[in-house]
Every structure is written in C-alpha cells, then in structure tokens.
Design a protein around this ligand. Structure first.
Ligand code: GUN
Length: 283
C-alpha cells in the first residue's frame, strides 16, 4: 500500500477562496476584519511563522498589524499593550506569538487577551468552552487537523484516535476535538510505556512531539490515517516531521507531508477565527 498524501496547501487554498468571499461580504457591511500580531524578541522560527500569517491575511483581505518588541520588554509593558488592543474596536483578533522570553509568564499574557479576541483559542475560557461543547474559538492547529480529516470523508465516530504529545497548543486540545466528534481517544507522551503497542491500535494517529522521525513503520497499523504535526530542522537545514515519511507512506492509507501538510491549515484556521471574531464581535 502507498498512502495518499494529504496536501495541506491544496486544502488551504480551497478554504481561503471561501474566506476571501466572506471578507468581501463583511467589508460591504462596513466591517474590515483586523488582526494584530505581537512578536517579542528575534527567534527566527517565530519571525518566519509571523511572516506567513501576515501574508495569508493579505491574501484573503484581512488587515494585519505587526507589533514587534525587543526581547527586553517587561511583562507589565506587554500586558498593557494587550489591554489597549482589547479596547480597540478596529482590532478583532489578537495573537501573541509563542514562545515568549522566559521572564514573561505566557499564561498571564494569554489570560489578558479578551476571550472574544483570542483567535488562537488559547485562553482558558475558550479551552473550557471547547471542552463542554460551547461555541468557542478553537485552537488553530487542532481545528486544522480536524478539518483535514473531515475532508477525507471518513467517519470519525467510533474510531480510535491516538495522540502522541500533550502540549497545551496541539496534543491536549486535538484529542478533545476528536472526542467531541465521538472518537475513542488515547494520549501518549514521553512517559508512555510501549509506545508502539498503543500507536499500532490507532485508526487515526496524530503526532505532535517535535522529535524528528520518531514514528516509523513499526508504529503504524496498516491503513491508518497519519497526521504529522512536527516541524524539525535537520542538520542539513531541511525540514522533517515527527513521522518517518518514506517508511510510513508504505503502511498508512493517508499521510500528511512536512512541510505543506498541517502548517498551511493552521494558518487558514487563524484566518477563519479572525473573520468569525469580526463577524460576531465587531462593534
Ligand atoms: N507558536 C507556535 N505555534 C503557535 C501558534 O499557533 N500560535 C501562537 N501564537 N504561537 C505559536
């Protein structure tokens, strides 16, 4: 068997065409969706992610503003900036690029963003709403993954979803999203014993740990759907995922590549959330 490769780029393109139409409609109603991105310090990966987000905003007609601050700013300065943006009616979405320098408390920063402008879906109020099935901004990577799997037209209810990784941004929430869709969900992490015994049970395997090629053919059941969230830079400068692509493509039924897999979907869901924020909460 050779897996079908799920192109995040293609799916994202399709969805962005629809989002551009939604922005056009909102503009006719006098609402111009606006996202403000806050970037602290000069982490090259963060700079590159932020650039990608801004380019995608321009592509669908969202106005994006970048506030870039040096590594040395204080936590209270950053919190003050966020409070001002919370009060600014032209700003519908606020995104603080993570990670932040170690002298700034990330959770405190996230909790300062007004939940109705938290288009990353990281605020505990949005996470809580998601957990109890209320309307909420869903975190972008998990939402993008769900969208990808749904686009395959396979039934999720009753499937065994195994998530490898338990980060607040991807692992924990993606399991919850699939639970909401009535999957049976197992979480694995660095302390899990006999990882392969568990991952081999997965109908849908989602890997988000940041360890290059952790998952090989021996971890995957024949015909499984495999979603690779990892982005790792190899010594030769090339990017690779948490899944050994060449091996696993011979076993899985569907597999996402790295790059051009989950990444473009994450950004697309950010656009989706920003448009939703403008539509629901513009005043
Ligand atoms: N850092 C890595 N991924 C993300 C993300 O999705 N949002 C933000 N704000 N920071 C990140």
């Amino acid at each position: 068997m050779t897996a079908q490769i799920i192109s995040g780029t293609e799916l994202a393109k399709e969805k962005r065409l629809q989002l551009a139409k939604e922005v056009e409609q909102l503009k006719k109603e006098g609402i111009e969706p606006g996202l403000t991105v806050i970037l602290v310090g000069d982490n090259p990966a963060s700079h590159s992610y932020v650039k990608g987000k801004q380019k995608a905003c321009a592509e669908v007609g969202i106005r994006s503003t970048l506030l870039a601050f040096p590594e040395t700013i204080t936590e209270s300065f950053l919190l003050e900036q966020i409070k001002q943006l919370n009060e600014d009616p032209s700003v519908h979405g606020i995104l603080v690029q993570l990670p932040l320098p170690s002298h700034i408390n990330e959770l405190k920063v996230i909790e300062t963003i007004a939940p109705e402008k938290d288009v990353d879906g990281f605020h505990p109020i949005n996470i809580g709403r998601m957990m109890v099935g209320q309307k909420a901004f869903l975190p972008c990577t998990p939402y993008g993954i769900l969208w990808m799997v749904q686009s395959l037209g396979v039934e999720i209810a009753g499937k065994h979803v195994v998530v490898v990784g338990r980060s607040n941004i991807v692992g924990k929430p993606v399991g919850q999203l699939f639970l909401r869709e009535h999957a049976t969900v197992t979480y694995c992490h660095s302390k899990t014993k006999n990882l392969a015994d568990l991952t081999r049970q997965a109908d849908i395997l989602i890997v988000a740990v940041g360890k290059a090629r952790l998952i090989g053919a021996e971890h995957v059941k024949k015909g499984a759907i495999v979603i690779d969230v990892g982005v790792n830079r190899l010594e030769d400068g090339k990017l690779c995922g948490d899944v050994n692509f060449e091996e696993v493509k011979e076993v899985a039924s569907y597999l996402t590549p790295v790059p051009k897999g989950v990444g473009p979907m994450t950004i697309t869901m950010l656009l989706h959330n920003t448009i939703e924020a403008a539509r629901e909460y513009a005043h």
